[in-house]
Design a protein around this ligand. Structure first.
Ligand code: NAP
Length: 297
């Protein structure tokens, strides 16, 4: 029997535990605050931002939102960033990607106060993560780690193949999983678009993480018997549904499920965890800035 790893359930457990930490902070007069910044009017980004705000409300995090005109000069966004850096009610914030083409996203990230960088993308935070002293773990990789832990997967000495080397998923996840730590100690292979014989690298892995953005790239023939499969991918494909599309992962679910010992569904796997871990980082940021100790899940 293949175990279906229920990201929605694990995320809900984490949110519940965070609510206790938020109460502890509130009792000390420190209500956590998260801001979202959206430059432009990309509908998908708007949806993500709305979801993040709703998530905050549900657990008792104060949410703020700033819209910046998509045609405004980069300086206007930098001014918003400077204000958020100085605002003591904002413990963490995210600048929703993508930003318009005339804005340099790397420069945006460099301007975020690392103490409020709840995405964990600032170079200082990336460096700390690599050094094994993470201030914030980026939300998606952290969510994957938590899912693996909840599924009872002990990574020590295991072979993990990650397909995808993006700055937000593949690279930070690889760095987390090789750490000499309880939720690390894996031997990690990172694959990308130039990797030769991808199937050979995924088949030999005990754990396969797909973060590619190519619908159903990895099928059951590329998964070893009994492996654990974590599908980060979220891809819209045309379908005969009310919306005219459906969401599929980077893994061909049915054929992979037939050989895997455990697998995450799409949707309902990694997605809800990413959202929960943003709340986690916001609570951690508030705890650090307000010097109020809390227990984090
Ligand atoms: N569930 C969530 O919460 C969540 C969060 C973040 C992302 N996602 C989803 O996860 C997927 C990946 O996101 P991302 O931001 O990491 O994507 P990305 O920045 O586009 O990176 C994709 C990676 O996949 C590699 N790749 C592309 N085609 C490949 C192929 N045929 N074989 C092997 N590797 C290939 C690329 O290689 P190169 O580096 O050589 O180009 C790149 O490293 C997307 O579907 C995205 O929507 C989901």
């Amino acid at each position: 029997m293949t175990d279906i790893i229920d990201g929605k359930a694990v995320a809900s457990e984490i949110r519940e535990e965070l609510t206790d930490a938020i109460e502890t902070l509130a009792d000390a007069g420190a209500r956590p605050g998260l801001a979202t910044v959206l430059m432009g009017d990309d509908p998908a980004s708007q949806t993500y931002v709305n979801m993040k705000q709703r998530d905050c409300e549900e657990v008792g995090i104060e949410s703020h939102h700033v819209d910046v005109d998509g045609d405004a000069p980069a300086e206007e966004l930098y001014d918003v960033i400077a204000e958020l850096n100085d605002d003591p009610a904002i413990h963490g914030y995210i600048v929703q990607a993508p930003v318009p083409d005339h804005v340099d996203y790397r420069e945006v990230i460099r301007r975020v106060d690392p103490a409020k960088d709840v995405d964990g993308f600032h170079p200082e935070n990336v460096g700390r993560l690599v050094a094994g002293d993470a201030r914030f773990r980026p939300c998606t990789p952290h969510g994957v780690q938590k899912l693996l832990a909840h599924a009872g997967v002990d990574l020590e000495g295991k072979d993990v193949t990650i397909v995808g080397r993006s700055d937000i998923v593949g690279k930070p996840l690889a760095n987390l999983l090789i750490q000499k730590a309880e939720d690390g100690n894996a031997t990690v292979t990172v694959c990308h678009s130039r990797t030769e014989d991808l199937g050979a690298k995924t088949r030999r892995a005990d754990v396969v993480v797909a973060a590619v953005g190519v619908p159903e790239l990895i099928d059951g023939s590329m998964i070893g018997e009994g492996a654990v499969v974590i599908d980060v991918g979220v891809n819209r494909v045309d379908a005969d549904t009310e919306k005219g599309y459906e969401l599929v992962g980077d893994v061909e679910y049915e054929s992979a499920r037939a050989v895997a010992s455990a697998i995450t569904p799409v949707p309902g796997g990694v997605g809800p965890m990413t959202r929960a871990m943003l709340l986690y980082n916001t609570v951690a940021a508030a705890s650090q800035q307000e010097a109020v100790a809390v227990e984090l899940p």
